[in-house]
Design a protein around this ligand. Structure first.
Ligand code: Q9C
Ligand code: ZN
Length: 345
């Protein structure tokens, strides 16, 4: 399978996040993409650098003020205090219910609250460059697939599916799956389906396409009653306006085993088939792995091979976009297991 990779992912390397009140090393780390890159080389997949500028598509899926905030965030953080070079910005005040998000505050720290859904998504000096390179990779894979390639993998980090129209969160800044889907639409696909199999609900992707009938969003994930992102991903979220009926959430309890997970996948596959899309984007989170350090489903490497086969059976031009997956040592092998299943004759 053709794959897109860029070493620029390593420019996003924040040091710590908060876990149970303490600072711990980030789970979403540079070694994740290295693990995937090495496995792609070992298994002989073709690897290319991004070759499409995603800027026009980014402007279709994210707000202009948010994009400007993200691009300038690090320099504005440094402008507050040069000593901030060795510190990470974290939001501390959010425009929650009864407070106003429509008046953009002038203060950087306040804007950080406006444009963040959580305090778990640290920005560092290279965050914009790495995230932009990832979005370029997603636009590149969509371009290849629209030109007749059967499938492609976007092998980048940071992930994207929690990033909404105008906010970051859940380790995500730019929504790569949304970029891929919108780029496929721009290239002439009438209908694009997104299948999100990350452990966590893809709240950002759902939000971006919630009122649209041309992009179907189907997601299997840990029940938000107990799992991040907590405040979206319930089964009663079915779309709104023109998009009513074009959003399908399949929440599953923490601890779900492979048979029940694949049953839910069958439900999602049927919805994708009924939609009759021209192309498919898979938000490929591999944090459903049984040994993932922050997630609670129980899929094995063999199950990821089966997942690849099941996706291939949909018979659609497919862009795989890497999302979560924090068992770093096994992430590469789990990724190539999906590709091997997909390509098995
Ligand atoms: N300290 C993705 O998989 N924080 N994002 C978990 C652990 C949120 C995961 C808390 C997890 C977000 C793309
Ligand atoms: Zn996840």
């Amino acid at each position: 399978m053709r794959t897109v990779f860029t070493p620029h992912h390593a420019l996003h390397a924040p040091a710590t996040e908060f876990f149970r009140g303490e600072r711990v090393p980030c789970f979403e780390k540079v070694e994740r993409a290295r693990s995937v890159h090495e496995a792609l080389i070992r298994s002989g997949h073709r690897i290319d650098a991004p070759e499409v500028d995603s800027a026009p598509v980014l402007a279709q899926v994210h707000g202009a003020r948010y994009l400007n905030f993200l691009e300038t965030a690090w320099s504005r953080w440094l402008a507050l205090d040069p000593a901030n070079a060795d510190r990470q910005p974290f939001p501390s005040t959010w425009p929650i219910r009864t407070l106003r998000a429509d008046r953009e505050p002038a203060e950087f720290s306040a804007q950080l609250g406006v444009y963040s859904m959580d305090s778990g998504t640290p920005i560092c000096a290279g965050t914009w460059a790495a995230a932009k390179a990832g979005a370029d990779a997603a636009a590149t894979a969509a371009h290849w697939v629209s030109q007749g390639e059967r499938a492609a993998l976007v092998a980048t980090r940071p992930p994207g599916h929690h990033a909404g129209p105008d906010f970051m969160g859940g380790y995500c800044f730019l929504n790569n799956a949304a970029v891929a889907a919108q780029a496929l639409r721009n290239a002439g696909c009438s209908r694009v389906a997104i299948l999100d199999v990350d452990y966590h609900h893809g709240n950002g992707t759902q939000a971006i396409f919630y009122e649209r009938a041309d992009v179907l969003f189907v997601s299997l994930h840990g029940d938000p009653l107990t799992e991040f992102p907590f405040f979206l991903g319930h089964a009663d979220e079915t779309g709104a306006g023109a998009g009513l009926g074009f959003n399908l959430n399949l929440p599953l309890p923490a601890g779900t085993l492979a048979p029940a997970w694949f049953d839910a996948l069958a439900t999602g596959e049927q919805r994708v088939r009924d939609f009759r899309p021209d192309a498919l984007v898979v938000s490929l989170g591999l944090d459903t792995f049984e040994h993932d350090p922050i997630s609670k489903f129980k899929l094995s490497t063999v199950d990821f091979h089966t997942l690849g086969q099941r996706v291939a059976a949909l018979g659609l031009p497919t862009v795989f976009v890497l999302e979560g997956g924090y068992a770093t040592a096994e992430l590469g092998l789990n990724t190539t297991a999906v590709l091997a299943g997909f390509e098995q004759p």
